[in-house]
Design a protein around this ligand. Sequence first.
Ligand code: NDP
Length: 248
Amino acid sequence: MSGELSGKVALVTGASQGIGEACAWALARAGATVVCTSRRLSAVEAVAARIVEQGGTAVARALDVTNPEEAAAVVEEVARTLGGLHILVNNAGVTDDQLFVRMKPDSWRKVMATNLDGVFHVTSPAARIMLKQKEGRIITITSVVGLMGNPGQANYAAAKAGLVGFTKALARELGSRNITVNAVAPGYIQTSMTESLTEEQRQRLLATLAIPRLGTPEDVAAVVVFLAGPGASYITGEVINVSGGLYM
Ligand code: NDP
């Protein structure tokens, strides 16, 4: 596997399945050395092994994004041993849906800890390395829910909207150092996160889309690879929706 990302090192959080796994594959196909991370080491080892089997370059590390010490240690070790860190994909995320009046503090905190704090924990050491390198791409997976809201997801929408502000602020701080910071906002993508939709919910949802199908993880990964590549060097602080027209 070789391409426009040859020579670049990319770290993906939550790469054990779904959108993160698709990003790892797409970055590897574009030639990057990919560090697949998630809480389950055996799962990311399996993803990395499959990429290597297909001729790509990938390694796996256990990384729970809610743990700031572990995040710093993994990011620093990877940059030291692999020759830098050029692309960070903040993908790890969870939901814990509940109508707001029934939402317990634990549910609020759990979603914030992974989706918002987790991005801070990983981006902080990564940005320091990219500043020294004078090169970097930071790509964060937010959600159209952070832009348009969704009943039952006040915690998730708040965290994902927070990532939009984070992206724009960081883009302004790091742009002069050749580091771009962007977000990708998927709509409904076919992964374990959306498999609990009932057939009725699915049909109602499809009726609201301009492109009447659920998205695939590969639809999202293609935009991530674009933002990581040379064609996106003058794009920063943007949120690109990949939602089949659910939100526009
Ligand atoms: P999945 O539930 O399929 O995958 C979530 C990934 O996050 C897993 O790899 C999981 O790995 C990882 N993860 C969860 N908690 C942690 C943690 N504390 N530390 C490290 N990794 C963690 O979800 P999707 O692929 O659907 O979602 C990926 C991203 O895309 C999320 O940020 C999500 O919010 C966003 N998104 C998804 C949409 C969809 O429709 N599917 C729509 C909009 C946004 P492990 O369990 O191995 O740690």
